[in-house]
Write a protein that binds this ligand. Sequence first.
Ligand SMILES: [Zn+2]
Length: 352
Amino acid sequence: MHPPILGELTPGTTQRHLIKLPGPALANDEPRSVISVAGAKLGPVVFVNAGVHGGEYPAIEAVIRLGKTLDPKKISGSVILMPVSNLPAFRARTPFVCPIDNVNPNRVFPGDPLGSYSEQMTHALINEFVVHADAYIDLHGGDIPEALVPFVICRSEAGLPDSEGRDVAARSKEIAAAFGLPYVLTVSKPVQPSKGSSSYAAAAEKGIPSILAEAGGVGQMQEDAVELLVNGVLNVMRHLGMIDRAEIEFRVEQNLNAKKTAHRAVATAKAPAAASTVLTKFEWVYTKNAGMWYPKMGAGDVVKQGEQIGTVGDLFGETLEKIISPVNGVVLFLTINPSVLANGLLMGIGVE
Ligand SMILES: [Zn+2]
């Protein structure tokens, strides 16, 4: 069933909506852009959003582009697209959090209808959109001060109590693999202690197979990252039987021919691997001290346990701290801004 908040959708058409999300804290919001692509034939409903973090521009552009290019006449089922969920952060260019309550929305899913702004927003996303879908794709990237290699995260089957939960996790993992990025990370618990969970974990707990896919970063619009995310969504649609192979190949070709406008400050990808490398643990590395951060590694580099991966220095140029890798793994994301706070996040390492 389509999200009721969108009203009646006509099969075979794309419609543009301006949606006011429910919640007293959201009452004065500017309406959010949502695009519904209602296929001519019956099939699954997929909800795709970006901009849960407002500075992840390739993800936002990927959702906009899907809305402009998906042909409802050739689709079975529907795709519901929300380019920017956390609109206050997008407008203010605020990384990681929503500037209204200073909360990271991706730590408070599934939200709370009586909570702070971010909690009411995530509650609305889950209840007005996600639970009305058969699958949920949350597109991200490195935020304004972060570089990363493209990867997909989903909930692992480990630790789930019942067979229904394990089935949702298994289907999420299939969707993650179908998306086609170099790495798939399956996690069983939040990587940071927080009030709530991440979008994909909360959606899976509601019984909706879901993934979070990341590409691009550093506050820029990398065309290759946009293409990876657009093609990833198309790959998932093919996996779900919503679109045929010929259509996919046409789109991929079209994207490859698109004018390259990327600022290649950061390599966003090797070509998508034939099969993704599966990682099962996400180890985040922090600095004890505030200061200047000098990483020795780039996103995508392989690191060894005990290896020095950077230093943090004071403003006289003295080294305060050598940063040592706690694990063998691959650097999935990396803070590239030199200014770091005490207990600040430096990088995330994926472990096989
Ligand atoms: Zn993000």
